[in-house]
Write a protein that binds this ligand. Sequence first.
Ligand code: ADP
Ligand code: MG
Length: 340
Amino acid sequence: ASLPARRAIRELPDELVSQIAAGEVVERPASVVRELVDNALDAGARQITVRLTAGGVRAIVVEDDGGGIPVEELPLALKRHATSKIRSLEELEGVQTMGFRGEALAAIASVSDMSIVSRTADAAHGQRIDARSGELSPAARSVGTSIEVRELFFSTPARRKFLKSDATELAHAVEAVKRHALVRPDVGFAVWHDGKLIQQWRQASHDTRMSDVLGADFVANSRLVDTMAGPMRVLGRIGLPEAARARSDHQFAYVNGRFVKDKLVAHALRTAYEDVLHGQRQPAYVMFIDIDPTRVDVNVHPTKIEVRFRESGEVYGAVRRAVEQTLAVPGGAQPIRPTG
Ligand code: ADP
Ligand code: MG
């Protein structure tokens, strides 16, 4: 058999590298929302507004009141592997911010029409940068950042075909904001769709935010968990078995403030409920696991949705015990803890 004709090795153009990276991080409008809200939180925002058009397929705008980006760094913000969040391997291992890969903006920009308007506290006015041309121009804005993403996947029709209906994309995008809203009650969130305000969560206590996002029933039919286990704290609300649901739509687990879909955590919870839940019923829970950041690797998956624990057996045991012990206490739900 003859060998295939050999093609010489070439470095890929930057744009294509970003488009390939985008394949990993940007699946749909909700992934863009998630990355942009992560960035807003990292910038210290107290109020985040998400504006979607046609389920986010036509446009996604995320506005924050965080610290902003200095004009001289705007071109860098769009560059691949450029980040203000880590500088060394040591910092990566102790990373506290949601972002650190310096990839999201470059990836999103490579598959959309993106622009950033930002203003820092010491700037006289805002500045806009157009991602495609790199052109800078003055723009009106209060301190903070707005990122606008138009026509997602317009240049990659194969990907665009995978998008579902606007209604489905909208539901995923709102879910992405919900995941952030549950873990950051200290931040206000608003979601607009086609010019209408569809969700608004004002700054609140943890319990009030859970009630605002998941409904008063969730809080009324759940118990508080708050356990220390070695270098880890397990905190949250777990639904009583009677309040289990047909769907797994009220299952939220976080590691160090990051929403995760972690098999280990999910399994620990499932096992803890095993004796009290029957059939296909799904427990409702919001669980925050806080652990020394050097004991968990968040750099396992480009979207950071999976993590790797250094002492996975201990994490598993701590979560399971926390849930089992809380469920074993006789009586009904605990009342909402008074908050100041
Ligand atoms: P990462 O978040 O991993 O650093 P991104 O591509 O998401 O990478 O963002 C690149 C850089 O742009 C960030 O490190 C940050 O300095 C800046 N940036 C992005 N979004 C914002 C924002 N909303 N407010 C302030 N700075 C931002
Ligand atoms: Mg980021």
